[in-house]
Design a protein around this ligand. Structure first.
Ligand code: C5P
Length: 230
């Protein structure tokens, strides 16, 4: 049994490299995230192959945002693929439309609260209302849950606060921005270690560069899995 609390972000340029990474990780990893960067590089074909040939679970990270009718159509189309998680922005009209599009399918809709690469200065630049970032994340998470989201994406530093929301009962918290001690932050600003993220209430952690950019990806994944077991 793989420990599906670890989701590996396949942020490599194309499906061939994604497949080769998944083969290196072998039975250590059972859940993969395929994102926008891979979309034009065969991302959906890779998702199908990993699911049907290798029995992996798939998180399609599209972070959709549009008018409700367009979201509903897009999600209905994507729900034809055998996917497990799909992200949309956490605005309530987007979440409601995505849930309509996924009706009758096992696909879970995860709402993005505030990207983990952003800080308050970035929110100012984007004309987002004043307030502390954690408060805004909690407010967005609560509204997304009320709109029907099956879960939220949030920084591990916000996981405990979201887990404590009454609306979060029975919902998923998925945290990118996870860094084993001593690894490079890249553009992530609000990070925690894998064990801390899970202890704070995350159901899944998403780890990209610390695994796929490592000299030995399998060893990097094994170290994270060992940390999760302790
Ligand atoms: O390489 P790294 O571990 O930072 O990768 C994190 C992954 O999670 C990336 O694919 C990134 O797009 C995604 N993500 C994120 N913050 C969010 C939502 C998704 O970093 N709020």
């Amino acid at each position: 049994m793989t420990d599906d609390r670890l989701i590996v972000a396949l942020d490599v340029p194309n499906a061939l490299e994604g497949l080769s990474l998944a083969e290196q990780l072998g039975d250590a990893v059972g859940f993969y995230k395929i994102g926008l960067g891979m979309l034009t590089g065969g991302g959906l074909a890779l998702a199908n192959e990993l699911k049907s040939e290798h029995g992996k679970r798939i998180f399609l990270d599209m972070k959709l945002f549009d008018i409700g009718a367009t979201i509903e159509n897009a999600v209905r189309g994507l729900a034809q693929f055998d996917l497990d998680f799909l992200t949309v922005h956490g605005d309530p009209h987007v979440v409601r439309a995505a849930k309509e599009g996924a009706a009758g399918k096992p696909l879970k809709i995860l709402a993005v609260t505030i990207l983990t690469s952003l800080d308050r200065a970035d929110l100012d630049a984007g004309l987002i209302k004043p307030g502390d970032l954690p408060d805004l994340v909690a407010e967005r998470a609560g509204r997304a849950f009320e709109a029907g989201a099956d879960g939220v994406i949030a920084s591990p530093q916000e996981a405990a606060m979201i887990r404590a929301l009454p609306e979060a009962t029975g919902r998923l918290i998925v945290t990118p921005g996870v860094r084993p001690a001593g690894s490079a932050l890249g553009d992530q600003k609000r990070v925690a270690t894998p064990a801390q993220a899970i202890a704070d209430g995350a159901d899944h952690i998403v780890v990209g560069r610390p695994i796929w950019a490592a000299d030995a990806p399998r060893a990097a994944a094994d170290a994270i899995l060992a940390e999760l077991r302790t």
